[in-house]
Write a protein that binds this ligand. Structure first.
Ligand code: FVH
Length: 291
C-alpha cells in the first residue's frame, strides 16, 4: 500500500474489460502497472498514468497484487506459464470468465507456485465498471480479498462468497444463465412480431411490461424450490402450460420463424406431466435437471 492508502496493482490484459478495470483503478488513485499481448492497446491507459510493462515477468515483479482479465483460462495459462516463477509471493486475482472447475484448478496451480489466489466473476459490461450498478463476485483466498479490497472497490460492489475459488464462477454462470434465458425469450418474441413487418421499437414497451410482470414469479419459485413443494397455490398448472406450449412452435412455423430456441422446454414439460406432476407449477421441472 502507498503512503496515501492506495494499492498498487498489476493488470494483465487490456481488452475492453481489462482497460475498464485499469482505468477505474487509476481514477481511484491506485498506481497501475499494465501489460497486454498487443502492446499498442496499452497506449490509452498509459496516457491516463499507468506504467506499461514490456513483458509479463516485469509486470509480475512490479506489484504484489496482480489482476488477470484475459479472454479465457487457456489464455491466462498462455500468459502466466512462461513467467510462472514470478508468481511466488504474488496475490493473483483472476477476473477471467471460466468454470468452477477451471477456477479450482488454477487456484491449486497458483498455490503450488507460492501465490495466493482469488477468483472473480464480473457482473457488468465495461462501461458499467466503477458505477454503483456494477458488482463482482469473489471467492478463494479471504486474505487476498481483504488486502486488495480498497482497490477492488474501484470496480463497483463486491460480494465475497467464501474460500472455495469455484463459487465466484458458479454464481457468475448462474446469473449469466438467467440472462441468456431472458435473451432467448426476447429474441423469439421480436422475431415473431417482426415476421408481420412490425417495428421492434414499437413492440418493445409491450415486451418490457410483460417481462417485468412475469419476473415477479421468481421469489415464489425460490420458496417452492427451498420447500421442495411445487404444488401449493398453483394458478397456472403445468398440464395446462404443456398443452398450450406447442402453440409457440406452431405459431412460429405459420409465420416462417424457427422455434429452435424454445424447443428444449417441451419434452421436459411433457415428462413432468407424464410423471404425475401436471397439477403442480412449471418450476418443478428443476427436478428433471438435477443429475
Ligand atoms: N466485455 C464484457 O462485456 C464481459 C463482461 C463480463 C466479464 N467478461 C469477461 O472478461 C474477460 C475479458 O473480456 P474483454 O471484454 O476484455 O475481452 P476482449 O476485449 O476480447 O479482450 C481479450 C483480452 O485477452 C487477451 N488475450 C486473448 N488471448 C490471448 C492469448 N492467447 N495470450 C495473451 N493474451 C490474450 C487479449 O489480448 P490482445 O488480443 O489485445 O493481444 C485481450 O487483452 C473475458 O473472460 C470475458 O468473458 C467481459
Amino acid at each position: 500500500m502507498t503512503e496515501h492508502g492506495k494499492t498498487p496493482v498489476t493488470v494483465l490484459g487490456l481488452g475492453a474489460m481489462g482497460t475498464a478495470l485499469a482505468e477505474a483503478l487509476l481514477a481511484a488513485g491506485h498506481p497501475v502497472t499494465a501489460w497486454n499481448r498487443t502492446a499498442s492497446r496499452a497506449e490509452g491507459v498509459a496516457a491516463k498514468g499507468a506504467s506499461v510493462a514490456s513483458n509479463v515477468a516485469e509486470a509480475l515483479a512490479a506489484n504484489e497484487i496482480v489482476i488477470a482479465c484475459l479472454l479465457d483460462y487457456d489464455s491466462v495459462h498462455e500468459v502466466l506459464d512462461p513467467a510462472a516463477a514470478g508468481l511466488a509471493g504474488r496475490q493473483l486475482i483472476n477476473l477471467t470468465n471460466g468454470t468452477p472447475g477451471q477456477a479450482r484448478e488454477m487456484a491449486a496451480w497458483a498455490e503450488d507456485l507460492g501465490a495466493a489466489y482469488l477468483d472473480g466473476g464480473i457482473m457488468a459490461v465495461p462501461p458499467m465498471i466503477g458505477s454503483p450498478e456494477a458488482f463482482v463476485f469473489y471467492s478463494g483466498s479471504g486474505t487476498v480479498f481483504g488486502r486488495a479490497r480498497t482497490a477492488l472497490d474501484a470496480f463497483g460492489g463486491t460480494n465475497y462468497l467464501g474460500a472455495d475459488p469455484g463459487l465466484a464462477p458458479l454464481y457468475d454462470i448462474a446469473l449469466l444463465s438467467g440472462m441468456y434465458g431472458h435473451f432467448i425469450g426476447v429474441i423469439q418474441a421480436f422475431t415473431l412480431v417482426g415476421s408481420t413487418g412490425a417495428k421492434a421499437r414499437e413492440f418493445a414497451p409491450l415486451l418490457r411490461g410483460w417481462m417485468d410482470a412475469m419476473s415477479g414469479f421468481l421469489e415464489r419459485a425460490a420458496e417452492q424450490i427451498d420447500d421442495g413443494d411445487y404444488g401449493t397455490d398453483v394458478v397456472s398448472n403445468l398440464a395446462m402450460q404443456a398443452a398450450a406450449f406447442p402453440n409457440l412452435a406452431k405459431a412460429a412455423e405459420e409465420q416462417g420463424v424457427s422455434a429452435e430456441l424454445l424447443a428444449p422446454l417441451q419434452p421436459l414439460m411433457d415428462k413432468r406431466v407424464a410423471d404425475g406432476h401436471g397439477a403442480e407449477d412449471l418450476i418443478g421441472i428443476i427436478e428433471l435437471l438435477k443429475k
